[in-house]
Each structure stands twice: as C-alpha cells, then as structure tokens.
Design a protein around this ligand. Structure first.
Ligand code: FMN
Length: 583
C-alpha cells in the first residue's frame, strides 16, 4: 500500500514541477488566503446566468497564454469534461482572482454539494452514522461543512479531524460542529473495526491539488478505507465510502494506479471531474457545486450536465444500477388519528393540500384521474365488440350473465369490489378548483378520458404528496362544469395555452410534432392583434362529486394510517362516516 502511495507521490511531484504556478494548497493549509490557486474550481451551472463579465475572464486568459491549448484539450474529452490537475488549477485561479470568490463561499457550496449528493442516494433512515475523515486543507474543510449539513438533514455525523488548522475559517467550522454536539474522534478513539460502527465514511482528506505521499496519520486512515474493500468482496456488511473530489491516495490524473487504493462507492466531483474520475468504477458519481456563470463554461469549453431544478448536485457517469426489489422507504410521519381529523373530508383535503403547498412540493395540484369505459373496458370499446359472432356470441352473453349474477349476489360488496374485473385507464391532470361540490379539472371533451367518462361517469382521483408521505384517494361521479365556468377559466389561461388547446385534438394520432407547431404558428399569427381567442367547443372542465375518500399517511414498519370517509345517513341527516382501514 505504501509503495502505491509512494509511486503516486512521484507522479504528482513531476506534474507539479510542470505547473506554471505553485500548487501549495494542500501542503500549506495555513497559506490558504495567499496561495493561488486554492483547491477550488469554479462550479459550472448551465442554469445560472450570473453577471460576471466575460472580459474579466478574457483578460485573465490572455495573460495566462494557456487557454487555447486547454480549451481544445477539454473539448476532446468526450461528452463530459475531465480536467487535468493543471487545467483545474487554472480555472481555479480565475475563480479566486478576477471573479472574486472567497474560499469560505466555495467551501460552503462544496460541502453542501457533498451532503446533498449523499442524501440523494443514502437515506438517513438507513445510513445514519456518518464518519467524516477530514484532512488539513480545503478538502477537509469541505468534509467539515458536509458534516454540518448532514446533521441538519437528519444524519448522525462524527468527525475525525486529526490535523487541525487554526485559521478562522476552520476553527469556525469546528465551533459550529461542536455547538451541534457532533463528536470529534481522535485517530486513537476510532473503533478498530469500522464495519460495524458507521454507515457512511466521508473521505475528505486530500483534494486535487494534493502533493506528496500521505503522511501519518492519513496513510493509516487510507489503508483502513482500503481494507474495507475486503469486506465488500466477502459480501459482508460494511459502510459505504464517499470521496470528495479525489479518492484520497489516488493520482489526480492517473487514478488508482495499481488498483490497490480506496474504492469509493460514491465520488462527488467538484466543479468538473478530474481525469482520475474516469477510473472511478463505483455506482454513484455526482457533480457538485453550482455558481459559475455560463461564460466560464463557454470559455473553457466545459461540457457538463445541467443541474436539475434547484439541486446542488447532479448525477454523472453511468445511470445507477438499482435493485428495484430493494427500493424501500421507511416512512416517518406525525400522528394521524381519528379524533384529530376534520368531520368533512373536503376540509381535511384542504388541510393536507395546504400542507403540500407549504412544504414547497412541485405541482401539489397534480392528480391521477382514472376512468373506465362502458363495461369497464377503456376507450369505450366493449368486450362484445371484440367477441366473435354467432354461437360464440351466445356463449359470450351467457358468460356475461353469470358474471353479472356473481357481481350482484354471490359476493358481498367488501370482498368483491365493483370494478374488480374491469380495466381502466389513468393519466395526470391538474386540479383547478375544489369546493363542497367537488374537484374540478380541465381537458379536451373529445379525448380518451372524455370518451370513457361519457360512457361511465364513475371515476377516481389520486393525489400523492411525496415528502409528506401522503396520498388521498377520491372516488365519485363526474359531470361537465357549466359552459360559463369553462369559458371563464379558458380565458384566464396564458394565450399560448389557449392556442395550444385549439391545436391539440387530444388523444388522436398526429403525423409529427411539426404539424402541431405549424398550426400553432398560424393561430398565433391570426391572434397576434391581441383579440379574444374563442374557447373551442371541445375544451372544458369536469367536476367529480366525491362519494368516498381515503386519506393515507406512511408510517414506520408499514403500519400506515388509512382513514376512509364514506357517506352515511343518521336520522335523515347526511354526514361522513370515518373508518380506519388496515394498511
Ligand atoms: C403533471 C401533469 C398534469 C397534466 N394536466 C393535465 C390537465 O390538466 N388536463 C389535460 O387534459 N391533460 C393534462 N395532462 C396530460 C394528461 O396526463 C394526458 O396525457 C392527456 O390529458 C391525454 O389523456 P387521455 O388520452 O387519457 O385523454 C397532464 C400531465 C401531467 C404529467
């Protein structure tokens, strides 16, 4: 093992002698404010349009005289850009120089990226105990920040930070962690066998500007991480390893040269992956950090995937190999008891809907609508239509009679659900109103759902609010809303959506997207004067009048809450009966 590290050191040293400026970041953490470059790179974001001027970068670039070569080498790296150590340092210098970033800002964002990447894959309910092993430089600082975020995400972090630096940035991070009562473990206090005591090990020892062979105690700590591979090979339980930017001990460009180094399960590359990341063969490769303006990405021809939504990390590399059967969530939710719920299910619905809005869930009004056609077969076609004629038809009719008899008399309702043999179709629609009369959505009156509803007005709605572990089922009968109501809503929509509704003969086959675009363009032109766009006859709303509700909330060990509301009449007075159903 030490031999491997020694070899790595030679290679890194030879690289560093070629660098156009000192890469003293790791070896001299105390010089963090002076040393250029630092261990940070710009974080590339395709979604962020910052006000940083291109001329500032150009000014720097023309001074360095290296950009042309670098840009072309970046361009040739395939669909994702992998950086050499030198390229990484160059970009870093721009960031820490003309772009005016501070090391503390970058460290905060890097640590947050690491923590969010971990949270994407390893849920705190299953992987709770995290040991962050932090080196003395910026990579270690990223680990300290990540530990703090992980605490707030519901993990139980421990920190091993054997070579502390007294710089205010680092001592501040230590104070923050101590104030959260996060234990700091010395190397001697670490358990001999890590396989039982931790679920996640964060390797935040050395970053991309590391040089030299790891010195004690980091050489031994790396060796312990390497040793965990043996457990994995023997299919024994062992913690997962998450490396920050560079798996410690790896060559920044060559990777795990003798295949005897750390084999992380997750690598969180910061800003852009370094060349060594090409050798990463673990299941989870993420890119972290998100604040660099597109001008840098363009200038340096960085090809990196866009970050989704507001995420601080994005998966790169191969898609996750997931064992679907092993996917399971252990829900933890507040109490949901009969005595707490509203007597009226619409009021209860509003309460949960407001919770979903307050939780910032995306499209909390999205709901699945399930419909069935005549005889339960979707799309309005009947079983008879597909059946043969003549004698076979007679047999078919006899079969149908028996089936109806069984439905009516042979099985009590609770055992034989009304639609148990029926097929149905589902799709998402958006709830546009809810009151005592029911749930409203808008659509095309000639669509498949509309055809099915015209044959069978019974339908069901389903809301699922991930993040709150909640689901609401609503069943009832559906009617069209009044023309005035549809008219009013139609004209409240953006003009583009109004034109879209005219163009789309929903659920019919179209020869290609261009046809829709062509029609859209023509109508856009036609109504470019701002005149009223008439609501097409085939477009309008539906209202489902609820007959039954079920409110479901996930709980631990699959002992979920299910409260069903069904109508009842007591002394001529209608009310809702509430029953708890077995999960
Ligand atoms: C989140 C989401 C919301 C949707 N909202 C609507 C809607 O409000 N009305 C609608 O007609 N289609 C909506 N759609 C599209 C439908 O799911 C469906 O593709 C379309 O209505 C055609 O369905 P049909 O062929 O079964 O009639 C939505 C899709 C998604 C994913």
């Amino acid at each position: 093992m030490l031999g491997v590290l020694g070899k790595g050191r030679r290679m890194i040293c030879s690289l560093l002698t070629q660098a156009p400026f000192p890469l003293a970041y790791y070896s001299s953490p105390s010089s963090i404010y002076k040393a250029k470059p630092s261990g940070y790179l710009p974080r590339i974001s395709s979604g962020f349009l910052g006000p940083i001027s291109c001329s500032a970068i150009l000014a720097f670039c023309s001074k360095s005289g290296e950009v042309g070569g670098m840009a072309s080498s970046l361009q040739n790296q395939g669909s994702i850009t992998y950086l050499t150590q030198r390229e990484a340092a160059e970009i870093d210098e721009v960031l820490m120089g003309p772009l005016g970033f501070g090391v503390d800002q970058l460290m905060e964002l890097a640590g947050l990226s690491v923590a969010t990447s971990i949270a994407e894959v390893y849920k705190p309910s299953e992987y709770n105990r995290v040991l962050a092993i932090c080196g003395p430089g910026n990579n270690g600082g990223d680990g300290l920040v990540a530990a703090r975020h992980l605490y707030h995400f519901g993990y139980r972090p421990f920190v091993c930070y054997p070579k502390r630096t007294s710089k205010p940035l680092y001592s501040g991070l230590v104070t923050q962690l101590e104030s959260l009562s996060i234990p700091f473990l010395s190397v001697d206090e670490l358990p001999v066998d890590w396989s039982n005591d931790f679920d996640i090990l964060v390797d935040a020892m050395f970053g991309f500007s590391f040089r030299g062979a790891p010195r004690p105690p980091f050489d031994n700590l790396i060796e312990k991480l390497v040793h965990l591979n043996n457990y994995k090979q023997m299919q024994q339980k062992s913690p997962v390893i998450v490396s920050v930017d560079i798996p410690s001990g790896w060559h920044v460009e060559e990777g795990d040269v003798d295949s005897e180094g750390i084999k992380p399960d997750m690598l969180v590359s910061l800003t852009a992956p370094k060349l060594c990341a090409k050798k990463f063969s673990g299941p989870h490769h993420f890119l972290g950090g998100r604040f660099v303006p597109p001008s840098i990405a363009e200038k340096y021809k960085l090809h990196l995937p866009p970050y989704p939504g507001t995420s601080m990390c994005v998966r790169i590399g191969k898609p996750p190999q997931i064992d679907i059967s092993a996917l399971r969530e252990n829900y933890i939710s507040p109490d949901f008891l009969e005595e707490q719920v509203e007597a009226d299910p619409i009021d209860q619905f509003r309460k949960w809907f407001n919770d979903a809005v307050a939780a910032g869930l995306k499209e909390p009004n999205a709901m699945s609508l399930s419909t069935t056609g005549k005889d339960g077969k979707p799309d309005g076609s009947t079983r008879e239509a597909a059946s043969p004629t003549g004698i076979l038809k007679k047999i078919w009719e006899l079969f149908k009679m028996c089936q109806n008899f069984l439905k009516k008399f042979a099985f009590p309702r609770t055992k034989y659900e009304k639609h148990a043999y029926n097929l149905s179709s589902s799709r998402m629609v958006l709830l546009k109103g809810v009151d005592k009369d029911g749930f409203v959505w808008y659509t095309n009156y000639e669509s498949r759902k509309a055809r099915e509803l015209s044959e069978n007005s019974h339908a069901s709605l389903l809301f699922y609010w991930d993040g709150l572990n909640r689901q609401v089922r609503v069943e009832g009968s559906v009617q069209k809303v009044s023309d005035e109501e549809s008219e009013q809503y139609f004209h409240s929509r953006p003009r583009g959506s109004q034109i879209g509704a005219i163009v789309s003969k929903q659920s019919t086959i179209v020869p290609g997207r261009h046809v829709l675009h062509q029609q859209y363009k023509e109508l856009e032109e036609k109504y470019s004067d701002g005149s009223l766009i008439p609501k097409p006859k085939h477009w309008g709303g539906y209202r489902l009048q609820p007959e039954r509700f079920e409110f479901w909330q996930g709980q631990q060990s699959r002992l979920h809450d299910r409260l069903q509301y069904s109508p009842q009449e007591i002394n001529g007075k209608r009310s809702w009966r509430i029953d708890r159903l077995a999960p």
